[in-house]
Design a protein around this ligand. Structure first.
Ligand SMILES: [Zn+2]
Length: 319
């Protein structure tokens, strides 16, 4: 992903969206595509000699005009030596944010869809004195309560995915608010539970407001007062589409290769619920033309999911 690619921004009503990556990591193709045979998934995604595919670590940055929100914080830099052997430790998020003019102090709100290590890794970092501190010193953090409860006593199957230092110090210090699902974090930014990958994973819905729509609350200054943008800003709203919604659907649909209902990851704890949740998502996302943000796609950060003439799901690019 080149520098300018990384910095491209889009507007969604009166919000400005951009994706920042924590880098890429190798993920076993069998684990990535579950029961889908390799002869099928290898048509879409390349695997190396160890059968590993490349997975991305995409965080969504939302500028509301008043506040700056970061959805997901990648893998971070606190992996154990054993985990580094499997996954490496790219740890590029802070550098990529800095290249886009975003400092850790600029982030007002951090939202985690769930608490697997590759989604909340930069929530915290180790200070020089060894203490775990929030990476984003001014931010209020949010995560699903069910995830946090589960993470305290995970099953043997996925215990390796939970690293207490990423969230427990934040909960203990009162910096992290635990969510039931359905809450509005800020005007236009809500969370919704989609069961399947885990029991309590939450998608983050972002609904910007177009200039023709009434202001229901104080959203602060308009787009003109936003951060200076060196890159051209494209308005992505498809003509006539209402409302202007983007959704960070997280590990329910981790990449564009996973948009088919049956193409789930073998990491999913409840694979049949993954299918039901995808149906529930598409029932709104397709007719209402939501922009889907893909958490682990190394190439396509966001796209519109559509059905072609044969009923097959396809990802239609924005750019
Ligand atoms: Zn996960």
């Amino acid at each position: 992903m080149c520098h300018t690619e990384r910095m491209r921004r889009l507007t969604l009503g009166d919000f400005e969206l951009s994706v920042f990556s924590d880098g890429t990591y190798p993920l076993d193709g069998g684990a990535f595509f579950g029961v889908v045979p390799k002869v099928m998934w290898s048509n879409k995604v390349a695997a190396d000699a160890r059968n590993c595919c490349t997975a991305g670590l995409n965080s969504l940055l939302i500028r509301t005009g008043k506040q700056t929100v970061l959805v997901e914080t990648g893998m971070g830099n606190k992996l154990s030596d054993r985990m580094v052997k499997f996954y490496g430790q790219p740890a590029k998020l802070l550098d990529n944010l800095a290249a886009g003019g975003v400092a850790p102090e600029d982030i007002d709100v951090v939202i985690n869809s769930h608490l697997h290590f590759d989604h909340c890794g930069w929530n915290t970092m180790r200070a020089r004195n060894g203490k775990i501190v929030p990476t984003f010193p001014r931010a209020k953090y949010y995560a699903p309560e069910g995830e946090w409860q589960y993470a305290r006593k995970p099953s043997e199957r996925d215990a390796i995915s939970y690293i207490s230092e990423n969230y427990d110090p934040l909960v203990e210090s009162g910096r992290m608010t635990l969510l039931k699902g359905g809450e509005e974090i800020l005007p236009g930014i809500t969370v919704e539970t989609f069961r399947g990958h885990t029991a309590s994973m939450q998608a983050i819905l972002v609904q910007g407001r177009g200039p023709e729509e009434p202001m229901l609350g104080d959203r602060g200054p308009g787009r003109a007062a936003r951060s200076p943008s060196a890159q051209p800003v494209h308005d992505i709203r498809p003509s006539g589409a209402q409302p202007h919604t983007a959704c960070y659907i997280s590990d329910l649909i981790p990449t564009t290769a996973h948009i088919d209902l049956a193409w789930g990851m073998s990491f999913d704890l409840y694979p049949l619920d993954t299918i039901a949740s995808k149906k529930r998502y598409y029932a709104r996302a397709i007719p209402q033309k939501w922009l889907t943000v893909f958490t682990h796609d190394p190439q396509t950060r966001w796209a519109y999911v559509e059905r072609d003439e044969s009923g097959k799901m396809i990802a239609k690019g924005v750019e």
